[in-house]
Every structure is written in C-alpha cells, then in structure tokens.
Unconditional design. Structure first.
Length: 264
C-alpha cells in the first residue's frame, strides 16, 4: 500500500532533505528513523524532490510503502515523535503507480530577502545588509527568467541532467520598500540543482548594478559565462507549493502566509 504524506519542515538545523552517506541529520534520515521506531522495521521514505541544507518547505510531499494499513493514527503518532521543526499535515492512500516526485505537475518556490536587520526574520528570510537595489531592473530580469526555457547557465551541476529545460509558468517579484523586504516567486514543472538560489544571485547582481540587464540576458542564453557564481543564502528559500492532477493538498502552513504579508 502506498501513502503520500503532506509535510512541512524548517530546514535551519538540517543538512538538507536527502539522506547522504557520512552526512548525518538530514530530514529524510530523521523521518525514516521515527517511522522505523513506530513500525518496528525499516521504512524507506521517498521525497518529491531535494532541498539544500538550510532550505525550508512549507509544503512537501513524501511517500512510503506499507504491507498493510496502519491500525493506529499514523499522523498523530508521527507528529508526537517527530521534532518540532517537522510536521505532518495530511496522509493520503494513493495508487501503487502514483509517485510523489514524477507525478507532480508543478512546484512553486518563494525566496524572501530583507535588508533592514530584524531578529524575527533572520531564520526565514535572507539578510543582505544595506542593499540599494533598482527594483525596476530586477523586475525586468525576472521577466527574462520567465521567458527562458533552458536553465543550464543557472544550474549548479548541469551535467547531472539529460537536459536542462524547465517550463516556467509563473515568475514574479514583490517589493515592500517600507518594510525593507522582497519576495521572488517562481513556478515550474521542474527545477535544477541550485537553480533558484543562482537566479537570486543574478537578480541581486542586476539590482545592484554589478551586472547589466543585457549581460544577464546573454548569460541566460548561454552566450556568456560568469565564472564567479555564488548561490544566494539558503535560509530565505521555501518550497511552498506542489501540485498533482489527482490530489488536492490543504494549505496548512501559517509561516509562509505571515511572511507574504505586505509582499502580495
């Protein structure tokens, strides 16, 4: 029997989603440990995608396979045993051929930046001190991202993929100058490794005037390469929505809603 688990996590204290050899304290590892304790046998968890160390997910889907239906409230048992920074919202029984990674039709990420120091925001928004940004240029750069289909130039490890094509269906920049904050939101059928944090890096380069809009367009078109590419900080990034044609997930995470206030 296959189950999808709709979860959320604060990635601040973890080394990313993916279980890795010789790298402890990943989200997948922690969840598998708790499931194995509950079922008294090894349970493997499969995720809808990877998130880097320090990156959050306000909506994430993972799947498990069980021989038979649990005779107890699995959601309650998991939430009782998981650390406070991981929560299970919903559990669905699905068909055996339905896959949480390959059947997802779209994913949405939100990236938050603030440039006025605020202790409340530091964990969930990337702090870039005393930034002076040209938001009009950044919006135009966001439009260039929207119009792009091949994202090889903003992929951390492009040779890992058969192709680096992504179908962007939404890309928008929201700015609140009074609050000293901005939000970049992007939706696509898929994302490449490091893609969003590199996109943010380039948006900031354009916004600060270190890179012209024309140069950024040439980079996206792979007509020019920038050797020094530093991914934006991880803590401002959220996987905030994932969609399936056969499943409707309840939007249950409050933090992302609070962070969006003033940036909608």
């Amino acid at each position: 029997m296959r189950y999808f688990l709709h979860i959320s996590y604060d990635g601040s204290n973890y080394r990313g989603w993916q279980r890795q050899k010789d790298i402890p304290n990943t989200i997948q590892e922690v969840i598998e440990q708790k499931l194995s304790q509950i079922f008294k046998e090894a349970v493997t968890v499969y995720g809808c995608g990877r998130t880097d160390a320090g990156v959050h997910a306000s909506q994430y889907v993972m799947q498990i396979n069980l021989d038979e239906a649990p005779e107890f409230d699995l959601k309650f048992r998991l939430n009782k045993n998981l650390p406070d920074d991981i929560v299970v919202f919903e559990i669905f029984e699905v068909e055996e051929n339905q896959n949480c990674r390959y059947n997802a039709t779209s994913r949405t990420y939100d990236y938050f930046i603030h440039w006025k120091k605020d202790p409340v925001l530091m964990r969930y928004s990337s702090f870039y001190e005393d930034l002076t940004l040209d938001f009009d240029l950044m919006r135009k750069a966001s439009a260039l991202i929207y119009e792009t289909s091949d994202f090889r130039s903003v992929c951390k490890q492009p040779d890992l993929y058969d192709n680096t094509l992504c179908r962007i269906s939404y890309c928008e920049l929201f700015v609140n100058e009074e609050q000293g904050r901005l939000r970049f939101t992007i939706t696509s059928n898929r994302f490449l490794r490091g893609m969003i944090r590199l996109c943010i890096f380039f948006l900031l380069e354009v916004g600060t005037g270190r890179l012209s809009l024309d140069e950024f367009e040439r980079i996206l078109k792979q007509e020019r390469e920038l050797k020094e590419k530093v991914p934006a900080f991880p803590n401002g990034l959220f996987l905030s929505k994932i969609e399936y044609p056969f499943l409707e997930l309840r939007d249950a995470h409050q933090l992302i809603r609070m962070l969006k206030v003033g940036l909608e």
